[in-house]
Design a protein around this ligand. Structure first.
Ligand SMILES: Cc1cc2nc3c(=O)[nH]c(=O)nc-3n(C[C@H](O)[C@H](O)[C@H](O)COP(=O)(O)O)c2cc1C
Length: 172
């Protein structure tokens, strides 16, 4: 819901396409050496490689990043020779929501070493840490809380400007 709200809040000249990790299998080096990366992984790798930036909405599981999303990032980083094409220099924003108090604070912190090893350009110009998500979103999945709505809009606008400034291949 948070990612869809972010997609709806992008500035006019920006599009946010929502990718899917639904068909990703569990990472398996035997499968990779026999068959290469699965088609769903290849598709998302190509989508990311073609994008100017990447916005990730992370849940928080047991005070860290969810294994499901880590598994997806692990697949997307295979083979390592492709990491420069997919991730290096990629402007990356990360946001999250939880039903409880934490708002993905610990999950977002746990992702930091992963962003570093992939060589992305993380956006640190704002934070979206949504706690009590059940009260923040209405039944249609829209943000019902005006303060959260404003925070998401502000983040997305600042991230879109950051992406424009840090597009891959641009110096600086
Ligand atoms: C195994 C598991 C562990 C979780 N641990 C936490 C947690 O440590 N802190 C928290 O705020 N929410 C926790 N949650 C709630 C998730 O943050 C919440 O389910 C998530 O935002 C919704 O995304 P999902 O549908 O992809 O699970 C946990 C959920 C699951 C399933």
């Amino acid at each position: 819901m948070l990612l869809r709200a972010a997609a709806a809040a992008v500035p006019q000249e920006t599009t946010l396409e929502i990718g899917s990790i639904r068909e990703f299998p569990l990472y398996n080096a035997d499968l990779e050496s026999e068959q290469g990366v699965p088609p769903a992984v290849q598709q998302l790798k190509d989508q990311i490689a073609a994008a100017d930036g990447l916005l990730i909405a992370t849940p928080e599981y047991n005070n860290s990043m969810p294994g499901v999303l880590k598994n997806a990032i692990d697949w997307l980083s295979r083979p390592p020779a492709d990491i420069p094409r997919v991730f290096r220099g990629l402007p990356l924003g990360f946001i999250g929501a939880t039903p409880g108090m934490g708002g993905t604070l610990l999950s977002q912190a746990a992702w930091l070493p992963v962003w570093r090893i992939l060589g992305v350009v993380p956006f640190f110009g704002g934070r979206v840490i949504v706690s009590g998500a059940a009260k923040v979103f209405d039944e249609a999945g829209k943000i019902a809380d005006p303060a959260t709505d404003a925070r998401v809009r502000e983040y997305v606008e600042a991230f879109a400007a950051f992406v424009q400034r840090h597009k891959r291949g641009q110096s600086g």
